[in-house]
Write a protein that binds this ligand. Structure first.
Ligand code: ARG
Length: 566
């Protein structure tokens, strides 16, 4: 695809020897509004070189450059040189590229097949899969898809929280009060009850804590009873989680969770020991991180059991050896910032240069209107309930507005879930937010259903107008402001995908396709399509096709379906 920005660089390079192409590239700005052009080159830097006022330089450059087939106007304004893209060229470039490459039109091969690990979701088993987990799950899945789209061999890992002292508690609690049948009917709720009861009882009776420790130790020692109970708890929990993953259409390449590393801890501890990084502290083993402004990291407890952080170190080493990753990405809440900083530092101190390739992608917190989520207090909203309620709600709306729609069930699922995912991916990930049913189930304004609906509308126009992708189009007929605005957004879509990848921030894509949907609806309201004269109709349908394809691609990268009818 023609890069207009590169053309700007070329034009300036031709008349300015003092800056190289890369420097020029770095200086080019996007003006705040299109009245000032599509690109602007500020002349302040050249002012020093030429010892002349920047506005004079801008004027001189404008004269020297003259005209170009890519730009309809190149003019100086104050210290800036402004470039206005030739509109027909813009429309033609974007539309031709989309018609030719279809849903791959924004896919640059940045990855070149390299392995990139995206770890996301990673819930703790035997605990509710609640809306707090939706963030990692949904943001992580989008990042995974974006990496794949850009040519990486992306590997989705679910680092299940399936190990640790809480399993000692669960086993002890089960042995005291548990009933297999009751639990199998409603695993997570029943296990949660056991867990809550155990915690409450342990407040009164300290000896329960010893029992829990004992059982976790037995689990680590491969005691048959402990392992069987643990395996059962893991299996029934995963069955529940998989219902949600199926609803969301999310697949993992690996479920190697914390337990997977239980036999790989010895090596980590030996290695830390050999590298002189471990210190004794009241019988426990720690890595002192004071020098780096962080509290010490507890690696092994005095009873010999290992910790969450130990397993993360073991997992990273394993992943490097097993996948030889280019990057190893962790999509985990910002509450764990310190945890990641600590162990990234430890891996670096161990002498692994790939420590720098481990990236924590944090996100903000979800809370409820009446306060924070709390598993222990039973204040949770189950993710599955949110999704099902969104689907139910969508069904009702379909019954009201479009009762004859074919495939109602499937569409209700795609739109209901789309609504939840879209709102999750609309704001920058680091922002905290308060969960409300009202907002999650809303269809108005900048929402998933609005964008999906735009896609369906585009699709029905293509059907009605009998769009034929093989036909020649006269791009110069598309010159209304609404058409140009739309074409510009389509042209800029690949950059939005790149930004999303570089900042690991899917909201760049969400926002961009929302803008496309808005611009499309303006175009639709002011430019007749089906009733337009033959050539113009062809050109407009081509634009509609490009919009449909781009929205579908964008939604796909976010893990959201794009139904053809709704
Ligand atoms: N299971 C943890 C939790 O629910 C998240 C795991 C994050 N990943 C990791 N490699 N530490 O809080």
């Amino acid at each position: 695809m023609i890069s207009f920005k590169e053309e700007v660089v070329n034009l300036i390079s031709n008349v300015v020897d003092e800056l190289d192409a890369e420097e020029i590239h770095g200086l080019i700005e996007i003006p705040p509004s299109y009245d000032l052009g599509d690109y602007a080159f500020p002349c302040f830097k050249l002012a020093k070189v030429f010892k002349k006022a920047p506005n004079l330089i801008a004027e001189e450059l404008a004269q020297k450059i003259g005209i170009s087939e890519y730009f309809e106007k190149i003019e100086n304004k104050g210290p800036y040189l402004n470039f206005f893209i030739n509109k027909t060229k813009l429309v033609e470039t974007a539309l031709k590229e989309i018609v030719e490459k279809k849903e791959n039109f924004a896919a640059k091969d940045i990855g070149q097949g390299r392995n990139i690990i995206v770890e996301f979701s990673s819930p703790n088993i035997a605990k509710p899969f609640h809306i707090g987990h939706i963030r990692s799950t949904v943001i992580g899945n989008a990042i995974y898809k974006i990496c794949k789209y850009l040519g990486f061999n992306a590997i989705a890992i679910n680092h299940l929280g399936d190990y640790g002292t809480q399993f000692g508690m669960l086993i002890a609690a089960y042995k005291k009060w548990g009933d297999k049948e009751t639990i199998e009917k409603d695993p997570i709720n029943e296990l949660l009850k056991l867990y809550v009861k155990f915690n409450a009882e342990a407040e009164k009776d300290e000896s329960l804590k010893d029992e829990a420790r004992y059982w976790f130790k037995e689990l680590e020692n491969n005691n048959k009873e402990a392992v069987e109970l643990w395996q059962w708890i893991r299996d029934i929990s995963l069955m529940e989680f998989n219902r949600v993953y199926n609803l969301l259409n999310i697949k993992f390449d690996s479920y190697a969770g914390e337990s997977f590393y239980s036999d790989k801890m010895g090596r980590v501890i030996d290695e830390l020991e050999a590298k002189g990084l471990l210190k004794e502290s009241e019988g426990a083993k720690i890595v002192d991180l004071e020098e780096y402004g962080m509290p010490p990291a507890l690696i092994q407890k005095s009873d010999g059991s290992t910790l969450y952080i130990t397993r993360d170190i073991a997992a990273a080493i394993y992943r490097k050896e097993h996948y030889d990753f280019y990057k190893n990405i962790y999509v985990v809440a910002s509450q764990q910032n310190l945890h990641f900083k600590q162990w990234f530092k430890i891996v670096e101190l161990m002498g692994y240069d790939w420590a720098n390739d481990c990236i924590h992608v944090p996100f903000g917190m979800v809370s409820l209107e009446d306060g924070t989520l709390s598993t222990r207090k039973g204040r949770v909203v189950f993710l599955e309930d949110v999704l099902n309620k969104a689907i139910e709600n969508t069904k009702k709306i379909i019954e009201e507005k479009n009762p004859d729609l074919e495939n109602k069930e499937e569409v209700a699922k795609q739109v209901g879930i789309g609504a939840v995912l879209f709102q999750e991916l609309f704001n920058s990930r680091i922002k905290d937010y308060v969960f409300t049913w009202e907002r999650t189930l809303s269809f108005d304004g900048e929402t998933g259903p609005y964008v999906q609906y735009t896609h369906a509308r585009a699709n029905s126009l293509l059907e009605k107008g009998e769009f034929n992708i093989e036909e020649e189009v006269d791009y110069s007929l598309l010159k209304a402001e609404e058409e140009i605005d739309l074409a510009r957004l389509l042209y800029n879509f690949p950059q939005a995908v790149l930004d999303a990848y570089e900042k690991l921030e899917p909201s760049f894509i969400t926002r961009h396709i929302t803008e496309i949907a808005k611009a499309f609806n303006k175009f639709y309201n002011s430019c007749p399509i089906i009733s337009a004269e033959k050539e113009l109709k062809k050109a407009r349908l081509c634009l509609v096709y490009a919009v449909k394809t781009t929205i579908k691609t964008g939604l796909g990268l976010l893990g959201i379906a794009a139904p053809d009818k709704m």
